[in-house]
Design a protein around this ligand. Structure first.
Ligand SMILES: CC(C)(COP(=O)(O)OP(=O)(O)OC[C@H]1O[C@@H](n2cnc3c(N)ncnc32)[C@H](O)[C@@H]1OP(=O)(O)O)[C@@H](O)C(=O)NCCC(=O)NCCS
Length: 142
């Protein structure tokens, strides 16, 4: 089940983030994003467990997808797919017509997910991540 994130979800989201994401926000920034009306922030609940989350920021008619992550125990069953679909739909309803994101060029799973939803690579940002990894900049126009 997908629902909007609540501030009390922040610590569990931070736990998932710490385990899997290279550039972490941390609990305070997550809480601030959940409370910020410019952000659309969803969580996926599976059997009462917060199994994954995703967020994006609205900037006029553009939206920047921040992070999508799913706990390893819950992967490969379509959860990220549902989270991204929900984010895109909510952002479109809020007036977004163009989506951007950055993802490590080495993150085949995430690139596959974004391509499946129509994102195309438009640029590469060299040394974007702390460990010197390049980022693919991806764009979707709807
Ligand atoms: C990327 C991630 C969110 C995918 O979560 P998931 O719930 O397992 O993904 P889904 O089951 O919904 O799969 C959706 C699509 O993603 C792609 N995908 C998922 N895992 C993949 C993998 N290991 N290799 C290649 N493509 C993959 C596929 O296109 C898949 O569609 P398909 O099942 O029709 O092939 C998950 O691997 C994750 O949390 N990774 C760590 C965090 C991260 O890197 N986030 C993205 C950058 S911010």
């Amino acid at each position: 089940m997908i629902r909007p994130a609540l501030t009390q979800d922040a610590s569990r989201i931070a736990e998932i983030e710490n385990a899997y994401i290279a550039c972490t926000w941390g609990g305070a920034a997550i809480k601030a994003a959940i409370q910020n009306p410019d952000y659309i922030f969803f969580v996926y609940i599976a059997a009462d467990i917060l199994a994954g989350y995703g967020s994006l920021r609205m900037i006029g008619t553009e939206a920047e997808v921040n992070n999508i992550a799913v706990d390893k125990a819950f992967r490969k069953r379509g959860i990220a797919n549902e989270i991204l679909q929900s984010l895109l739909s909510a952002a479109k309803s809020a007036g977004a017509d163009t989506f951007f994101l950055e993802v490590s060029v080495q993150n085949a799973a995430a690139i596959g997910l974004y391509q499946k939803h129509g994102f195309k690579q438009i640029a590469v940002r060299k040394d974007y991540y702390a460990k010197g990894e390049d980022a693919a900049v991806m764009k979707l126009s709807v």
